[in-house]
Design a protein around this ligand. Structure first.
Ligand code: FA5
Length: 336
């Protein structure tokens, strides 16, 4: 009996030597120690033996079981160690390989224009202010001298979100917000940001575009001051010899109002005026609603179409290029 038990242990030892997977080891465990395993099947024999032989037989069986389990555990550990070595060898880093070339991104042309505008206006003593894109009718229209039912509201076809809130149709509401915040003190701010109108999308119009608002409030501000600031801006953006032209226009929040054209020379050498912004002297009603006495304080304001500037500066023929994230388009602005 003892020989038979020892033979089973030797048999398991021989079989387990050649294994190289956990599945094979498990199959061997089942073969010897499973419910109907070869060693397990010998255990009931104990009942058939005389009482004095039972302890010895029990010890043989138990020693064999312990030996088999220990061989199985060792074999499993060896396989796991081999698998780990294999994985580590596969994952090792070859430091002699060339490094990964990171693609350099470029700054978006609209951001370039905004940075350029900020450079100029901060140099002139302006601060940069911000306002929300989801705006109240109160700031977008009413405090801009466009009471409900004002016909000029038609010029801004709007995205209303609730009865009283809309996606701002221009950056001018920042004027109203900032006047209230400044509480009667002088102001010189610009405010670039996104604006939204229910305009059809085509080569020159988008339902979402960008503007840069400007507002100056103080004592004895003149139209000549407005013109000087805008001429300086055009020369900063487009070059020293650049001329601008002010054309009479109408905005409910400025009086008098102008549209400003910049002179451009086409490729064939011919020159033409191109409109880039609206501007004017702040309307007395707007000053009053903002908490200023128009007899004492006055000011000027302007609203620049950022895409319009980028189109002119970089010679772009379709406004939709700014929003479609085509890397062939965007890569052209590397290093600008
Ligand atoms: C205004 O929005 C005024 N708030 C500007 C202003 C501010 C005047 C302060 C006086 C004082 P206007 O609707 O003209 O004005 O828009 C200004 C500029 O935004 C335009 O010159 C144009 O360049 C740009 N713009 C208007 N609509 C669109 C559009 N759908 N897509 C792209 N650009 C647009």
């Amino acid at each position: 009996m003892k020989e038979k038990i020892e033979a089973l242990v030797s048999q398991l030892e021989a079989e387990i030597k050649d294994t190289n997977s956990l599945d094979q080891i498990e199959a061997i465990r089942v073969k010897y120690l499973g419910k109907s395993g070869e060693l397990t099947q010998m255990m009931p024999l104990i009942k058939t033996l005389p009482n004095e032989e039972k302890p010895t037989f029990g010890k043989w069986i138990n020693d064999a079981k312990v030996a088999m389990e220990s061989m199985i555990t060792n074999a499993k550990n060896e396989v796991l160690a081999k698998e780990l070595d294999f994985k580590l060898a596969k994952e090792s880093i070859d430091v002699t390989l060339p490094g990964y070339q990171f693609k350099q991104a470029s700054i978006h042309p609209l951001s370039l224009v905004i940075e350029d505008l900020e450079d100029y206006f901060i140099g002139q003593g302006f601060n940069v202010a911000e306002g929300p894109e989801l705006e109240q009718d109160l700031y977008n229209f009413e405090m801009m001298n466009l009471a409900k039912g004002h016909p000029a509201r038609e010029m801004h076809d709007s995205f209303y979100v609730t009865e009283t809130e809309l996606m701002r149709t221009h950056t001018s509401p920042v004027q109203a917000r900032f006047m209230l915040q400044a509480a009667g003190n002088p102001i010189a701010i610009i405010s670039p940001g996104k604006t939204y109108r229910r305009d059809p999308d085509d080569a020159t119009h988008s339902h979402q575009f960008m503007q840069c608002e400007g507002l100056v409030v103080g004592e004895n501000i003149s139209f000549a001051n407005l013109k000087a600031v805008l001429l300086g801006m055009a020369r900063h953006l487009f070059g020293e010899a650049r001329e601008i032209r002010l054309r009479p226009s109408y905005f409910p929040f400025t009086e008098p109002s102008v549209e400003v054209d910049v002179m451009f020379t086409k490729k064939d050498g011919s020159k033409r005026w191109i409109e880039v912004l609206g501007a004017g002297m702040v309307h007395p009603n707007v000053l009053k609603m903002g908490g200023y006495n128009p007899e004492v304080m006055n000011g000027f304001a302007f609203g620049i179409g950022v895409e319009r500037i980028a189109i002119l500066k970089y010679g772009i023929d379709d406004i939709r290029n700014f929003y479609t994230n085509d890397r062939r388009f965007l890569n052209q602005f590397k290093g600008e």
